[in-house]
Design a protein around this ligand. Structure first.
Ligand code: GH3
Ligand code: MG
Ligand code: MG
Ligand code: MG
Length: 339
């Protein structure tokens, strides 16, 4: 990221709101700032200033103290209460007589103040310093957002990582319990992946994992949350999905993997996948994960390339095919568009 935030381009792109009931002050300040390349908007009183901030938040607010309706201090308090607006630096414009109040205003979170009548150079210096602070804050916030995103992303596949999935599962389960919505989880594990590594090499194995991640992205609905659980295991959280719907998705993924090879660079590598797929019974996330893991283990033990589930209220395992037969007397639909 470019660290220079004081150059003319950055300042020129900064937006300053001037809130003052004096037409003369607004005109003088606007002219001075526009000459320097700032974008300037105006508000004629406190309420108009707040409205303007909500509509199009500026980088800096030049705020008169004495205005009809709500005064500058009340505007400052309203800004500080608003999560979206609280970080916009406020520079008070004040006459000498209310300087003590303005010092109190600084304790209330104002960035700076400017005494009327002010010198042009001082106006520019104080606005410039406020813009500088605002740009630093924006960069920091942006960097934090990016760090947070990275801390939740699997570096190889770009899917969510286990940390995010763990948190998301707890959140989704509590939402589902509160709303009495069904919630399903699907745990997939590529079969004999070690052999793929041994045969084609570890880098090709990595590409297979990426190709499988792409397949997940392509096959799932936008409301599904898919991530890499670890190694060659992937977890999909399916909110507002009943077991039948989740098993259809799971079967479609399993069939697609078994029938069309994964593209790993110049190689097409055939693979199969096994999975456990369960609907939440309202239990704790750990217990739900334990149950889906037992199903996955069952799928491996019973021959791989299959999806296994449990039949409420017992923990007896059955394949997806058996479930569809028992539940509907039918096989899973051949091609269901999940999008
Ligand atoms: P099973 O059908 O029982 O799941 O057999 P498997 O070989 O897939 O399972 P196993 O747990 O024996 O081996 C998993 C392999 O996955 C071993 C490990 O080296 C490999 N693996 C884990 N993470 C990665 C990775 O990021 N890249 C690559 N290329 N391989 C990985
Ligand atoms: Mg005034
Ligand atoms: Mg595994
Ligand atoms: Mg495996």
């Amino acid at each position: 990221m470019n660290g220079d935030i004081s150059g003319p381009t950055v300042l020129a792109s900064a937006a300053v709101l001037i809130a003052d009931d004096s037409l003369v002050i607004r005109a003088v300040v606007r002219a001075g700032l526009e000459d320097e390349g700032y974008r300037v908007t105006e508000a004629i009183d406190g309420l108009a200033a707040l409205e303007q901030c909500r509509r199009d938040p500026p980088d800096v607010i030049l705020l008169d103290v004495e205005m009809p309706g709500i005064d500058g201090f009340q505007v400052l308090r309203a800004l500080k209460r608003d999560a979206e607006l609280k970080d916009i630096p406020v520079v008070f414009l004040t006459s000498r007589s209310d300087i003590d109040d303005v010092v109190a205003g600084l304790r209330g979170g104002a960035h700076d103040y400017l005494k009327k009548p002010f010198e042009h150079v001082e106006l520019l210096a104080r606005v410039g310093s406020a813009v500088h602070v605002k740009k630093l804050q924006d960069q920091l916030r942006q960097r934090n957002v990016e760090l947070d995103r990275m801390s939740r992303t699997d570096a190889l596949t770009g899917l969510y990582n286990r940390r995010h999935l763990d948190e998301e599962l707890v959140r989704q389960q509590s939402d589902a319990n509160r709303r009495h919505d069904p919630l399903c989880v699907l745990l997939l594990d590529i079969d004999h992946f070690k052999k793929i590594n041994d045969t084609f090499g570890h880098p090709a194995g990595d590409l297979v994992l990426c190709a499988f991640a792409d397949r997940l992205r392509a096959e799932l609905r936008s409301s599904d949350i898919a991530g890499r659980w670890g190694g060659e295991e992937f977890l999909v959280i399916m909110p507002r999905t009943d077991l039948g719907g989740a098993l259809e998705v799971a079967e479609r993924l399993r069939r697609a993997t078994a029938t069309s090879p994964l593209v790993a660079g110049v190689q097409n590598i055939s693979a199969t996948v096994s999975g456990g797929c369960v609907v939440s019974w309202g239990e704790e996330a750990d217990a739900l994960l334990q149950r889906v893991d037992t199903c996955l283990y069952g799928a491996k033990a019973s021959g791989r390339n299959r999806i296994v589930t449990t039949f409420f209220p017992t923990t007896e395992l059955m394949s997806a095919e058996e479930w569809f037969t028992a539940e509907h007397g039918r096989r899973p639909p051949a091609g269901v568009d999940a999008n």
